[in-house]
Structure formats: C-alpha cells, structure tokens
Design a protein around this ligand. Structure first.
Ligand code: SAM
Ligand code: GLN
Length: 308
C-alpha cells in the first residue's frame, strides 16, 4: 500500500474532519491557525504552499497541538498569541484571552481622551486588572494617531503575579524603550496599600479609570463553555455571589485618587448584572452622568461614569 503523503492541503482537510467528529468548535480556524503556527506561516501562506510537505518534527508538534485542542484548550493558548484591536499579544494560561467586546472600552477611552485634550495636555490613566495588558497597551499605542497632542501616564494594576509577568512581557515587546516610562505595571489588589510614594504621586490625580474586572457570578460559572471554565484563570472571571463585588471594591478605593474635575470611569459590564452596577455607581456618585453602551450583539457592555 502506498504511504500517505501529508501535504499542507491534506493535513488541513484531515484535521477539519477530525475536529468536526470530535465536536471541537471552529474546526477550520483551529486547523489553519495551529498549522500556520507550527510552520511559522501566515494563514495566507498556507494556501500559497498547499503542496508543501512539512518535516517530521513539525508534524510531531502539530499532532501534539491537535491532541491539546481535543482537550478544549483555546487556540490562543496553543499558539501563545491573541489579536486585540491592532495588537498581537503574547498570552498563556496565566491570563484571560482578550475578548472582542472589550475592544469597545478602548474606543470609549480614546474618545474621552480626545475631549479631555481640549482641557489639558497630560492625562493620568489607571487600569485595574490589566491581565495581558490589552486595554492599556491599545490606548497607549493608538492615542498618538487620534490625539497626538496629549501625553499619557498609565498605571496598570493586577493581582495575579503570573498575569503581571505576561503584561510586562507584552509591554516590552510592544512599547520597547517607551516601557516603563509611559506604563507602570503594579502587582497589587486594586491599588497599592500604605504606599506613601503612590499616594503622594496619585492623590486626586487620575483623569480616567478603566477596568474589565471579573464579573461572573459564582452560580453562573458552571454554565460557561468548557474552553473557558477549564482553561482560563478563574480569578480573572469569578467575582463572587452577586457579580458586582470587584466593581464595588474598585469604587471603594477610587474617591481619593480620581481628579474630581475631569474624571471618568469606564467599566466593562455583564449584560446580566449591569443594572446592579448602575445602581451601585449612582449611589456612589450623586452628580455623575452614567451611561450604558451596547456591543455588536446589542448587549449592555460598557458603563461610563462621568464625574463633574
Ligand atoms: N484587562 C484584561 C482584558 O480585558 O482582557 C483582563 C481582564 S480579566 C476579566 C480581569 C483581570 O483582573 C484578571 O487579570 C485578574 O487577575 C485581575 N484581577 C482580579 N481581581 C483583581 C483585584 N482585586 N485587583 C487587581 N486585579 C484583579
Ligand atoms: N466576557 C468574559 C466571558 O466571556 C468574562 C470577562 C469578565 O469576567 N470580565 O466569560
């Protein structure tokens, strides 16, 4: 019998059928991304080299990734990269894979910063729970085009030491020599505590606070897709019994650090609990304007608090 020759073409069609039989989500995308990762090709290059026969060592690595994909490991953790707005970020199981909906928070932030630039040319930004660094790094890299006259100083806090290591790696890769001048990543719970240097530097200072905190209710966690609940960090997802615990903890600490003349707070919200978050925000800031923005699926995704 003639031995099967595994060209790229055959490998892809075989893998798609295999993933389909095993009920793996996105069979074609998974196959193409995993193979292009192993061969160091773009997806377009796969099509341009349809008849190429990968080397044995590459086939071995490809088989290893396929078996991990069968365990529902998300593709981004296998390829160690995720795309967010204009950035390619390094990711692994220490951080949440940045979601497309979260890109909307950056749009809101850029718009607000543009308005702020009419009043002042330097803005201080605080991000809480930076994970891979997706939000802060996008704001820093995109602001120059949108509003070159404003200069930013960004503090990004993160409770998980593993996530801090990933955010630092991305900051070095993306910002190069600008890091750490423009961005400081701090390993702490919400904000540094009893840190007089931080307090002196940032008392009443932040023009913008932005966060996509954990907001899944404990009781909802089991209903998440297996890819998420088995592989993404729980501390990035679960808030507590109400889902609003981390928002409240953030708001508890903000009063001393926001600039009350200019500040706005941007939260990613959960379509299930955004009403509770709105109430909490209203009770904290009596004169603030509170707005909700929907995402592409028309779900409530962003809550904006403008404090005057
Ligand atoms: N900002 C990233 C994004 O949007 O892709 C990650 C968001 S993830 C939903 C929430 C992040 O907040 C996780 O990285 C988690 O470790 C971090 N976190 C959770 N509780 C925190 C706390 N009390 N203080 C600081 N960071 C926290
Ligand atoms: N949107 C994420 C999910 O799909 C949850 C992120 C969060 O808790 N902030 O599970």
């Amino acid at each position: 019998m003639q031995k099967q020759v595994w060209t790229i073409n055959k490998l892809i069609s075989w893998t798609i059928e295999f993933f389909k039989r095993k009920n793996i989500s996105n069979p074609r995308l998974s196959a193409e991304l995993l193979l292009s990762h192993i061969l160091n090709f773009t997806r377009m290059e796969l099509y341009l080299h349809y008849d190429l026969i990968p080397e044995d060592i590459q086939l071995k690595k490809y088989r290893e990734l396929i078996s991990k994909r069968l365990e529902n490991v998300p593709i981004q953790y296998l390829t160690k990269e995720a795309y967010f707005r204009k950035l390619k970020l390094f990711v692994d199981e220490r951080v949440l894979i940045p979601r497309p909906e979260t890109e909307l928070l950056v749009d809101e932030a850029l718009e607000k910063l543009k308005k702020l630039s009419l009043k002042k040319k330097e803005a201080k930004i605080l991000e809480i729970g930076t994970g891979s660094g997706a939000i802060s790094l996008s704001i820093i890299t995109e602001i120059q085009k949108i509003c070159p006259e404003i200069s930013l100083e960004v503090i990004a806090t993160e409770r998980s030491a593993g996530a801090v290591a990933v955010a630092e790696k991305n900051a070095r890769l993306i910002l190069k020599e600008e890091y750490p001048g423009i961005l400081k990543i701090i390993n702490c719970n919400i904000l540094p505590e009893n840190d007089s240097e931080f307090d002196n530097g940032y008392f009443a200072a932040f023009d913008m606070v932005i966060s996509n905190p954990p907001y899944i209710r404990e009781t909802d966690f089991e209903n998440l897709p297996e890819e998420i609940k088995e592989h993404e960090p729980r501390e990035a997802l679960i808030a507590g019994s109400t889902g609003t615990e981390v928002y409240s903890a953030i708001l508890d600490r903000m009063n001393d650090y926001i600039n009350k003349e200019t500040a706005f707070i941007i939260f990613e919200t959960d379509p299930v609990t955004f009403g509770d978050l709105k109430k909490i925000s209203e009770s904290r800031f009596e004169n603030a304007l509170i707005e909700i923005k929907n995402d592409y699926n028309n779900l409530e995704r962003v809550l904006l608090i403008s404090i005057y």
